[in-house]
Design a protein around this ligand. Sequence first.
Ligand SMILES: *[C@@H]1O[C@H](CO)[C@@H](O)[C@H](O)[C@H]1NC(C)=O
Ligand SMILES: *[C@@H]1O[C@H](CO)[C@@H](O)[C@H](O)[C@H]1NC(C)=O
Length: 329
Amino acid sequence: MKSFQLASLISLLAASASAHSWLECVDTQVSNYDAAKANPSLDVQQTCNGYPRNKVSNGDWIQESQTYLWDLNNVSLNPDGLACRPSQTNTYPAGVPMTTARPGQNLRLRHWGNGHSRYDMGSPLHKDPGVVRLYHAGKKETDLKLKSDLVEQNWVRGAQANFSADAIIQITGNQMNEKANYFDWTVPSNLEDGRQSFIWVWAWGPAVTSNSANFNPATDYNNALLNSWTTCFDIMIVGSSATTSADTAGSSGSSTPSTDTCSKTCLKGGMAQYPCTGSDCPPCWYVSGGTTNCFEYGKDGTCPFGGAYDCKKNIQTRGATRFERTPFE
Ligand SMILES: *[C@@H]1O[C@H](CO)[C@@H](O)[C@H](O)[C@H]1NC(C)=O
Ligand SMILES: *[C@@H]1O[C@H](CO)[C@@H](O)[C@H](O)[C@H]1NC(C)=O
């Protein structure tokens, strides 16, 4: 599809669909940024060197607008209050690699404007575009799991921008064509080498309060801007001289047992004759001594006994209540 057709299609869909956005690229190289910013009728010349997690339908805006974005606050879609869409696992298919970067490197993130870049135009009208910001668990190989982890303590200080401040937007009459929305930030210098995972958030929500006129995105955190949409990504940090994982925020993520559990062999239904591995197994895993047993969800769609590690959603589920048996203990 030619880019101008896609742009019109996107404006059309964005105008009719409910508000949403997601992160498209983590390391965007734009060769004509200044020229396109000055003259938005130009085609933006850009390539992507590093992507968010598991972008299986990369380039298919329609598919991604249904199956890739993550609506934090829709309880029917996100009953467990997860910070990341469960399909956004730490997986990078061929052609859509993880970002590699050095501490102190500037990265240009790109997200979709989808008709929400201005207060006085687009859909819905008279709504502040809000901010985009990043969260990090504080150490490598560690993920923030829950939307309740997306708080100031886990915010990457300084990693915040107005949703549309750096966007290239072509205005024709009262129509806007958001050619590209960017969010520039600098990889913190105190991250050690290894995989560091981040969550991109668009803070917008129904009860948006604008930032004050003297708002400083590098230092000010506005709790009134409701975190609404997320995309999860990793950066493979290289060339760092940091050796401890002291981070921007200094907090460790929610307690997360090692996902090593999910790479073991488990026994389906606890039966020794049915060993399985990976996605061939049912989702609820229970470790007991040297054995791991796994079970399907119950009728209510949750793990049948307390204390499971849910390998499909990649979370520790609630502990067993005293009225329940915990298997194999
Ligand atoms: C939540 O998601 C469901 C399922 O896609 C949808 O029907 C519903 O309209 C959404 N609710 C809101 C408030 O967006
Ligand atoms: C973002 O920038 C726009 C345009 O300058 C402004 O109207 C809006 O209030 C800003 N939003 C926030 C949350 O700072």
